[in-house]
Design a protein around this ligand. Structure first.
Ligand SMILES: [Zn+2]
Length: 368
């Protein structure tokens, strides 16, 4: 049995609990960055697990073509993108000399002007194929490189571009890169705080920072002539986000970024992942997903609000972690069940990451 003062002490301990979680999360992200760094530095031709993941996507396409689709390779039609040629990448003009490059896992874009090329990001799964993609469509040299944010998986191959190019990033991104010295990518030579207009010859890109979302320093990159918006690691066209709401650094900011994206009059979205380009409808769909996720997490949290009952099930409060873990798992399972009933066939990867999204949302509702 549990008395009221024990319950209060449990609530107090929950503060410690969240601090530990934050510590573990930050340690994990540091080691992730270090691992990415090691991959970048070791060898650009060997992209480790990300290359393996890109290979797995190709295998899934092959399985589909050979009618050997099973429950793990099945994805809804909305998640299917263009076929990636055997050379390992696809480059396509979106419009008015703005191109996207993809390997089926990662994507980015470059803009060709009459005075050189502006590149956004350099995912290391695409690596030097990016240079081949540019060479397929223009002889102009790369003059400007923009970093969407500081994550190495999106910019880790940037040192393949000319050393004398201008490298642009939001201040926070520059700070992160400086703090993680030895990233192997060129340091930004031009930074900005809120807004920056990039002009090169006859082409323009507008860069905006609206606060922390997926990561501090993550920017909106808008091509006004082409009506194309690039926003990385927030919207996942055709798919649920990568685990834990795409490891969002700030969940409220991540949610807000959806409406901020729609404030641009764009037609086409370059989202950084996964299989295809996006549209405004993809942003609206993900907003609906997030709204459902929030209400499912709230309902599940209410359902398992009785900690005394949970403690009774696990033999008391002597191990508070066990009580909290049981509670969190119950909430995540209940929320995931509700969500999958609606979303399993609407977006790719729902089964794989739903539980993590439920946990992340429930945690955000507690602490943010
Ligand atoms: Zn990222």
């Amino acid at each position: 049995m549990i008395n009221k003062s024990s319950l209060n002490s449990i609530v107090l301990r929950s503060g410690t609990y969240f601090s530990v979680i934050l510590l573990v999360t930050s340690l994990l992200s540091t080691s992730y960055i270090q691992n990415s760094k090691a991959l970048v530095q070791e060898d650009h031709e060997d992209y480790g697990y990300l290359k393996f993941a890109a290979y797995a996507v190709k295998q899934a396409y092959a399985a589909k073509q050979n009618n050997t689709v099973n429950s793990t390779t099945h994805i809804p039609a909305i998640a299917v993108g263009p076929k990636i040629p055997a050379k390992g990448y696809l480059v396509q003009e979106i419009r008015d000399h703005l191109y996207w490059v993809t390997d089926g896992m990662y994507n980015s874009m470059f803009l060709v002007s009459n005075q050189g090329v502006i590149v956004v990001d350099a995912p290391f799964t695409i690596g030097k194929n990016y240079l081949k993609a540019i060479a397929e469509v223009t002889k102009e040299p790369v003059k400007i490189v923009i970093y969407s944010h500081a994550h190495m998986d999106h910019i880790g191959a940037a040192n393949m571009f000319p050393a004398n190019a201008t490298y642009i990033a939001q201040q926070e991104t520059a700070t992160i890169l400086k703090d993680h010295n030895d990233t192997g990518v060129p340091a930004p030579t031009q930074t900005f705080s809120n807004s920056y207009t990039v002009k090169l010859g006859n082409q323009t890109l507008i860069l905006d920072y609206k606060g922390v979302n997926h990561e501090r320093g993550n920017i909106f990159i808008y091509a006004p002539t082409q009506k194309v918006l690039m926003l990385v690691d927030v919207i996942f066209p055709g798919w649920v986000p990568f685990r834990d709401l795409a490891i969002a650094e700030d969940v409220p900011g991540f949610i807000k970024a959806h409406e901020q994206a729609l404030s641009y009059p764009f037609d086409t979205l370059v989202a950084g992942h996964l299989t295809r380009l996006g549209t405004r409808a993809d942003v609206v769909t993900q907003m609906e997903f997030i709204k459902d996720l929030k209400s499912s997490a709230i309902n599940a949290t209410k359902m398992f609000a009785n900690f005394t009952k949970i403690a009774g099930q696990v033999g008391g409060f002597s191990n508070p972690w066990l009580v909290f873990k049981t509670h969190d798992d119950d909430v995540a399972n209940q929320c995931a069940q509700t969500m999958l009933a609606k979303w399993n066939n609407r977006l790719g990867g729902a089964e794989q990451y739903m539980s993590s999204h439920c946990s992340k949302m429930a945690e955000s509702l507690r602490v943010d």
